[in-house]
Write a protein that binds this ligand. Sequence first.
Ligand SMILES: Cc1ncc(C[n+]2csc(CCOP(=O)(O)OP(=O)(O)O)c2C)c(N)n1
Length: 565
Amino acid sequence: MSNQLSGAEAFVRLLQGHDVKHVFGLCGDTSLPLYDALFRLDHGMTHILTRDERSAGYMADGYARVSGKVGICEGPSGGGATYILPGVVEANESSIPILAVTTDISVGGRGRYTLTELDQEALFRPLAKWNRVLNRAVDIPKVVRSAFTHMTSAKPGAAHIGLPFDVQKDPVDEADVWADPTLGSYPSRRFGPDPEMVARAAEALLSAKNPLFICGGGVVIAGGEAALVQLAEWLGAPVATTISGQGSIPEDHPLATGVVGSNGGTPMTRALVDMADLVVFVGCRAGSVTTERWRHPLPGRVPVIHIDADPGVFGATYKTQVAMLSDARLALEAILAEVKTAPRPTIGRLLDAAAIAKAKREKFGAFAALAASNDTPIRPERVVATLQKLLPSDAILVCDPGTPCPYFSGYYEFKQAGRHFISNRAHGALGYSMSAAVGAWYGRPQAKVLSIMGDGSFGFTVGEMETIVRQKVPMTMIVFSNSVYGWIKAGQKTGFDERYFSVDFSRTDHAKVAEAFGVKAWTVRDPADLEGTLRKALETDGPTLVDIHAQPLQDAKAPVSEWVA
Ligand SMILES: Cc1ncc(C[n+]2csc(CCOP(=O)(O)OP(=O)(O)O)c2C)c(N)n1
């Protein structure tokens, strides 16, 4: 007879066994046994107390995106479970493995109007790749192992485990508490492509005149950056990315076009997509933003090769010549090996490094003119250009929707491959970046991490500055202060004849709010002060915030195709 652990102790040991080092979460009555186990056991994990379960979910997401490890968040029953959902769904749909642990009322208390009672398994069912609420402590080991397997294998995704109060206290046989630590990182168990599909893809690529890659988040998730660059160079083919796909290729590479699509794409990058006679989507859902509502490329105009770990994406919109179900890195490596068995293509391409250089010159020429402007309120272009000048190439920028996402995805050049840009592109919920940046810093503490938000997003997440100060997270927050839900106002301007309805709000002194939390903060109204202030903020050891009185988005020249048109 081996030793007995409590359910909560077994759970903590299983997290430890899966190489978990950080847990982001918020306490509650139903979590007391779990917290007690975390207190008593020597497990080497750091618990980061948050001020909102939403933030815990976003921190786990940001952590997982930069570290390559599973992110863990936890919260209590009922309200804690409902508040943790946004991070779970965002991560899941972005193929990022986070585990949400919710504690729950006792199994014995079900159906008796126990405070906070809720069917937490049903709650998470449509939102997570894998989901269980436990009924018995003895099932904890296999359930935790299964969650880690599903989160990190094949197409990664989020999982939820519900831990009832009594299940946390009931006994578990210590001999059952074992884990494979490699499942704490992703992708853990990959699958490669069908050789037949590899041969067909290689043949299509070698015979196309103007092939173009459009890469989504799947390339960076799979660590396929090196294989992608080698394949593109061998073929002389350009590489475009989605927003989540930034980092697939260094953006100053001569074959990198930058971001395409309706958010961050420009008429110049769109023209490159329209020149292609073969499009290869890699680790990319070919959704509405990337394809400008399925117009670029136009379905049926060009043959499509689609490489993804999720079979569901094939043929949703584009008739697909080659559908290659595979981990992106393994697929790219296999295609590279196959194309190299043939002579290197010598076709004179229209879509070559010179065409890309010309498109970039035009795009960045227009941008630079606006970035040099001394207009007030300060133009977003000036902020992007100044941060480009000041930040090291390994900085991590986490951007909320509104002004930050299109401007930084379109105009900031990420010069290193790998994950240096994060934006929540599955749902684009406001108030993501502050917490995701905290998680990113825990995942890569040697990097300078920035959260870049609109004032709308600031309002969603301001309370988390207490966590940032308490945990001494040396990140810099930037607020584009324009007193408006500008993205929506821009939609009213261009699509609804300027009938502005319920989109304006009053100005908050974000620097003063930050100072009240103990964050060192500045306000910038004059463009002449921008560079010096940002430099001070970036050099200060400890959390900083720069509140920038910025041009309202509806007046700006944002790279958002619906407004440009
Ligand atoms: C949780 C949530 N509610 C509503 C929206 C819809 N939405 C998209 S952008 C936007 C406005 C963003 O305003 P702000 O953060 O101030 O940035 P700005 O657009 O002014 O730069 C809104 C309301 C959303 N993305 N997320």
